[in-house]
Design a protein around this ligand. Structure first.
Ligand SMILES: C[S@@+](CC[C@H](N)C(=O)[O-])C[C@H]1O[C@@H](n2cnc3c(N)ncnc32)[C@H](O)[C@@H]1O
Length: 257
């Protein structure tokens, strides 16, 4: 094939960021395909049911210690969240994938709602999770409406790292529908360690890439402030972890004026 045959027109790799309720078949397929790739190496952990993890270790007080919590099979939980925002709470996960987090965390929460673009991942999540978990597609308005205003805590893992600015703003608008006033949103933005060689890292203003759903977007503190501006949230705190290459940000849902 000639060099010209492989050339892409400017913008050919760009994907428009649509609000969650307007998610298209293209977005579903893009992430279903990504999950088929992930499952090649991760199927053993992603397909293990919650019953394969009988333990219920106490949740540590510190979110950085929670990240290291292990259930004896698979990886440490790698979730940044405060214990009191999980125990006995109504929790929602944005970008829940195959329920890898829900099937472990739901044993501490009152209820657990997971939502995602990928129909494939959601189907696996339903099969591996306990009955207190509910999984609803992100574009299923009728399925999600009963949860509006009823969620105490929104968590996410390996999620905000893949959201550009346009999509992240749509996500905030969407999540504001679910959180009670005073409820918390825990976001895991990417913040690279300069000593680590990086794969594909974009600034948040770059469009989404069709070819690379798992590309990461780096958010500075200013980017996060710009993101939250105009939304009913305030920044409670942030923690930068060089080890995890993350800027963890805790937002609080402000009451309606
Ligand atoms: C890297 S996976 C992480 C899955 C899960 N949080 C975990 O830790 O196992 C990212 C997930 O987010 C979903 N996703 C990405 N952007 C999304 C969006 N804007 N709305 C809903 N789901 C999204 C993808 O379909 C994928 O399942």
């Amino acid at each position: 094939m000639s060099w010209f045959g492989q050339r892409q027109e400017p913008g050919a790799d760009e994907l428009e960021a649509l609000p969650p309720f307007q998610c298209t078949e293209q977005e579903v397929q893009r992430w279903n395909d990504e999950w088929l790739q992930y499952l090649r190496s991760e199927w053993e952990f992603q397909l293990a049911p919650y019953t394969a993890y009988p333990d219920k270790p106490p949740l540590p007080d510190s979110p950085l210690d929670l990240m290291k919590l292990s259930f004896g099979f698979g990886w440490p939980i790698a979730l940044y969240c405060d214990r009191e925002a999980l125990e006995g709470r109504r929790v929602m996960e944005m970008g829940c994938g195959c329920g890898n987090l829900g099937k472990l965390i739901a044993r501490y929460t009152e209820s657990y709602l997971g939502t995602d673009y990928s129909t494939l991942a959601l189907q696996i999540a339903r099969l591996v999770s306990p009955p207190s978990c509910t999984y609803v597609h992100v574009a299923d308005r009728a399925g999600l409406t009963p949860f509006f205003g009823r969620i105490d805590t929104v968590i996410s893992r390996f999620f905000w790292i893949h959201q550009n600015f346009a999509l992240a703003r749509q996500n905030l608008e969407f999540l504001a529908l679910f959180l009670k006033p005073g409820g918390r949103l825990y976001a895991d933005f990417f913040w690279p360690d300069p000593k680590v060689e990086q794969a594909i890292v974009f600034t948040p203003d770059r469009p989404l890439s069709k070819a690379h759903p798992s590309a990461t977007f780096r958010y500075s503190r200013e980017d996060v402030e710009r993101l939250v501006a105009g939304h009913p949230f305030r920044i409670l705190r942030e923690t930068v972890s060089t080890e995890m290459q993350r800027r963890y940000v805790v937002l609080e849902r402000r009451p309606a004026p």
